[in-house]
Design a protein around this ligand. Structure first.
Ligand code: F0G
Length: 355
C-alpha cells in the first residue's frame, strides 16, 4: 500500500527545487474528496466536498506551510512570523516546531477561535494579540520581516501558494479531470489564487482537459472584493475570513475573470445554515468560515445559477473542532443543552423514544 508522503514528495515534479531540498512535513495533503448527495439534491448538480480539515493541524494552511517552512529551512532561517485569523498561526507554529524554528504570530485581539489559539500556544509560538484587525496584523508582520531576521510565512510568500496549489492536483487525480466549478471561501484570497494556479498548471501538463470556473465567496460584512473597495472594519462570525483588504486581491480577481467565475458574498445567517447542513446532512463538521463556499453554492442554486448536472467541488477549509461552540446553538440562537438521564436502560430507552 502507498503511504502518503506529504505534498512536497507526492507532487515534487510540480514544485520548485528550493522547497524540496530540506523537506519539513507533517504528512499534509491527501485529504478526502467526499460526495455530498444532500448538496447534489439541493443544487441539481454533482457536488463533492474537499475536506481540508483533515490536514495535520486541521486546515488547508498546512499545504502551504510545509513548502514555506521547508524553503525557509533550506535558507537557514531560524525564525518565522505570520499574521493570522487563527489557522495560519496554528499551522506555522506546528511546522516551525517540526523544523526547530522560533515562530511569532500576530492575531487580532479577541477575534480568533479558541481551538486555533490553543494550537499556536501548544506548539510554543510567541503569540501576540494585537490591538487591531487581521489587516493591521499583516501590515505589521510584513514590516517586521523586512527589518528583522524573521521570515514571513503569510500567503504573500509565494512558497505558500506553491504548496496550496496541490489541492487542485488532488481533485484532478481523483476525478480524472478538472470539475466544472470549484467553489471556496475567500478571505485573504491566497487559496483561490493557489487553486487557480494548480488547475492551470495541471491542464498545461496534460493532466486535465479543461479548467473549472472559480466561485469564491466572502462574508457579507467582510466582502471587499465584492464591493470593489477595502472594508476598514470587517465584521463576521466567520472569524477566519474577517479580512477587509486581502493581500491577493488582484490574483483573486484574475482567477474569477479568466475562469469565467464569480466572487460573491453570503450573510452570516447563510454561513451558519450551511455549517449546520454540512454537519447534519452531509456528515462533515467544519468551522463557520469553511461553510461559506457551500452557502454561496446554495445561494446560486436558489437563484437558478447552478448548471444542471455540473460537477462541482467545494472546498471546506477547516475542521469544526477549531471553533466548536457554534454547534451548541440552534438556528434561533438558543443554547443546546444535552438531555440528562439516569444510568438505567429503561430510562435511556424512554428518553430515546424506543418502545
Ligand atoms: N477558511 C479558513 C478556515 C481560513 O482560515 C481562511 C484563511 C480562509 C478560509 C480563507 O482563505 O485567506 O486564502 O482566502 N485564514 C487565514 C489565517 C487568513 O490567518 O488563518 P484565504
Amino acid at each position: 500500500a502507498h503511504v502518503w508522503q506529504g505534498i512536497i514528495r507526492e507532487y515534487a515534479d510540480h514544485l520548485p527545487d528550493h522547497v524540496r531540498t530540506h523537506v519539513v512535513t507533517l504528512g499534509e495533503g491527501g485529504t478526502p474528496l467526499v460526495p455530498a448527495p444532500a448538496l447534489s439534491r439541493l443544487t441539481g448538480a454533482d457536488v463533492l466536498v474537499k475536506v481540508e480539515g483533515m490536514n495535520p493541524t486541521g486546515s488547508f494552511k498546512d499545504r502551504g506551510m510545509t513548502t514555506a517552512i521547508s524553503a525557509a529551512a533550506a535558507r537557514g532561517a531560524e525564525a518565522v512570523v505570520c499574521a493570522s485569523t487563527g489557522n495560519t498561526s496554528a499551522s506555522a507554529a506546528a511546522y516551525a516546531t517540526a523544523a526547530g524554528m522560533v515562530c511569532a504570530v500576530l492575531v487580532p485581539d479577541g477575534k480568533i477561535a479558541m481551538g486555533k489559539l490553543s494550537q499556536a500556544i501548544a506548539h510554543g509560538a510567541r503569540l501576540l494579540q494585537v490591538d487591531g484587525n487581521f489587516d493591521d496584523c499583516l501590515i505589521a508582520a510584513r514590516k517586521l520581516a523586512e527589518v528583522y531576521p524573521v521570515e514571513l510565512v503569510n500567503s504573500v510568500n509565494p512558497d505558500r501558494i506553491e504548496g496550496q496549489k496541490t489541492a487542485s492536483f488532488e481533485v484532478v487525480d481523483v476525478l480524472g479531470d478538472a470539475p466544472d466549478i470549484h467553489a471556496l471561501p475567500v478571505g485573504n484570497a491566497g487559496n483561490i489564487t493557489a487553486y487557480w494556479k494548480g488547475y492551470r498548471e495541471y491542464a498545461a501538463a496534460g493532466r486535465a482537459t479543461h479548467l473549472p470556473q472559480m466561485w469564491g465567496f466572502q462574508a457579507a460584512g467582510a466582502a471587499p472584493i465584492v464591493l470593489g473597495h477595502p472594508v476598514t472594519e470587517p465584521e463576521t462570525i466567520a472569524t477566519a475570513i474577517r479580512i477587509g483588504n486581502p493581500a491577493s486581491w488582484e490574483q483573486a480577481v484574475e482567477a474569477r475573470d479568466s475562469s469565467g467565475g464569480v466572487i460573491q458574498s453570503v450573510t452570516d445567517e447563510q454561513i451558519l445554515a450551511a455549517h449546520r447542513l454540512l454537519s447534519a446532512e452531509v456528515g462533515v463538521f467544519v468551522e463557520p468560515a469553511s461553510a461559506a463556499g457551500v452557502a454561496g453554492l446554495l445561494q446560486r442554486a436558489e437563484r437558478g445559477e447552478v448548471p444542471a448536472g455540473a460537477r462541482i467541488v467545494v472546498t471546506v477549509t477547516g475542521h469544526g473542532l477549531k471553533d466548536p461552540g457554534w454547534a451548541l446553538r440552534t438556528a434561533d440562537g438558543d443554547d443546546v443543552v444535552p438531555q440528562r438521564v439516569s444510568a438505567d436502560v429503561m430510562s435511556i430507552a424512554a428518553a430515546l423514544g424506543l418502545d
